[in-house]
Design a protein around this ligand. Structure first.
Ligand code: ADP
Ligand code: ADP
Length: 226
């Protein structure tokens, strides 16, 4: 686990459009931070700068005691969960879970141990030998989370992971993510436009507007009527 620090973080896209500006946040070890705000307010850009999927125009991102502005995504010790699952279609669930670890040279026994833990937490044991196309949306998203868990990263980054699921499944998966959070206590940044997800999951909430922090606080502080 590690803290994440955003120092005066900003993003100006080629062409001059500002997406994020002047963002300062200290995310503590084990904290679950949720980013909310209207479409286009910069949530995804901010998350992708932390992930290393988008270049940083201004300021810095620290993970633990390391400035990672120029560190490749794969070397940032983070794992990201996407809305579109991003599973490899030609691989079984087990191979999807193991692939990243295999590439990093993790010993086979250790891979098996971690796949066992993830499939236990997410209850995907019965599907380990299926291909993603033979899974429901909820099962696919569990596998996508499993792929993040087996990395045992310093931090998780979630980019609207439940947006593609129907309303009923979203409620169930929201509670599963809450359980995951209690069990692992891994530092997390979670982007959503769903207020219930935000209130259920957040230790602290950040409301972005026009690429800047409009409010930051606990769900009670942010959603309390004035
Ligand atoms: P959100 O995730 O909150 O919907 P985004 O981070 O996707 O917001 O977008 C923030 C702003 O940056 C928007 O005005 C969007 O149009 C703009 N933007 C996003 N991606 C690009 C890009 N690749 N090039 C130029 N502008 C972009
Ligand atoms: P893994 O170990 O899970 O195979 P890597 O660390 O090798 O992943 O992947 C490199 C980076 O690319 C990671 O930050 C990962 O989150 C990102 N990535 C993987 N799939 C996608 C996708 N569909 N869209 C955007 N980024 C992705």
């Amino acid at each position: 686990m590690a803290s994440i620090t955003l120092n005066n973080l900003g993003k100006v896209y080629a062409g001059g459009a500002r997406a994020v500006g002047g963002v300062n946040i200290d995310i503590a070890d084990g904290e679950f931070l949720v980013l909310v705000g209207p479409s286009g307010c910069g949530k995804s850009t901010l998350l992708r700068m932390v992930a290393g999927l988008e270049s940083i125009s201004e300021g810095e991102v620290r993970i633990g005691d390391r400035v990672v502005n120029d560190v490749e995504p794969a070397d940032r010790d983070i794992a990201m969960v996407f809305q579109n699952y991003a599973l490899y279609p030609h691989m079984s669930v087990r191979q999807n879970l193991a692939y990243g670890l295999k590439n990093r040279g993790t010993p086979k026994a250790e891979i098996e141990r971690r796949v066992g833990i993830a499939s236990d937490i997410l209850q995907i044991g019965p599907f380990l030998d299926r291909k993603p196309r033979a899974l429901s949306g909820g099962q696919r998203q569990r596998v996508a989370m499993g792929r993040a868990i087996v990395r045992e990263p310093a931090a998780f980054l979630f980019d609207e992971p439940l947006s593609n699921l129907d309303a009923k499944l979203r409620v169930a998966m929201r509670l599963e993510i809450k359980e995951l959070q209690k069990r692992l206590r891994t530092t997390s940044i979670y982007v959503t436009h769903d207020q219930l997800e935000a209130m259920t999951l957040a230790d602290r909430l950040v409301v972005l507007n026009g690429g800047r922090i409009e409010q930051i606080g606990t769900p009670l502080e942010v959603y309390r009527r004035p």
